[in-house]
Ligand binder design. Sequence first.
Ligand SMILES: Cc1cc2nc3c(=O)[nH]c(=O)nc-3n(C[C@H](O)[C@H](O)[C@H](O)COP(=O)(O)O)c2cc1C
Length: 289
Amino acid sequence: MSTDTSRDAAALEALAGAAGPQPDRPDGPDLALGRPPGGTVWDDGRPTAQELGVVDWLLTTTRSNRKTLDLERPVEPEVIEECLRLALQAPTAHNDQRWHFVVVTDPAKRARIADVYARVWEQMTRGERRKVRRWKGANQDYDKVQDSANWLPEHLAEVPVLVIPCMVGPRHDNEMVVREWTRFMQQNGRAVGMTEPPSRMWLDAGYFASIYPAVWSFQLALRSRGLGSVVTVVHLAAERLVARELGLPESVVQTCLVPVAYVTKTTFQPAKRAPLETRLSWDHWQGTR
Ligand SMILES: Cc1cc2nc3c(=O)[nH]c(=O)nc-3n(C[C@H](O)[C@H](O)[C@H](O)COP(=O)(O)O)c2cc1C
């Protein structure tokens, strides 16, 4: 994937056009992408090479932004809503759409949330800042990520928008739900000859996987509009402090915190990742095809 600035800018332009007029670009380009007039980009399942290029570019260059967040430039509420609207296209278990996105822009509230984040971060990392990388095969520049992660708590209050994706309703670890579900599964299990005790993974996976796809879509939509973000979970260790700050009812469960801002950099590139071959099995553990 090219990291050439002009290509990046052209692709950004194309993506911005795909979502219709932008707040700061009311006459954004029409994303025809080589199609006949009247053709739509999204609905015929036959992407052009150019469309594929744009999508692949987006998928391979959307990074976690911390130090590259522009702390000076205001973010229009409309662009946040537009990106969240796109995020609502993500799937959820049972299509139950239990999500709710709390957007925090009030400076005093941001400061108090940042304070919670910073204290938990300190609690988590105290004396461990130099700890060795646990996933040796990950091929990531660990020190660089750590440095960037250490920067965030110091500047989180200055990030113009903090988005907290929440789930509404019983928590995944709600004791009553787990007990009831386990009993229900055991009863049904006997009827269908299933002797294996039911695993709670089903509940946990269904819960978090019903919000993270939307979070990622939100990040992609932001990226395509020149904004950056990073998923964070640190503050969840003190989730109640933030819940109190925002007046969240018991039934509203925070799943992460996503700082959002325009980005200061104009070139993006794919991350170093462990090669697929080292992370792939076919048919049985570590089987090859
Ligand atoms: C579930 C999840 C939790 C994360 N939590 C944090 C966090 O609390 N603080 C932080 O600075 N980054 C956090 N990150 C960002 C990761 O550190 C980041 O995705 C990783 O370093 C890879 O960097 P890249 O996205 O730029 O490729 C989190 C990412 C995920 C997916």
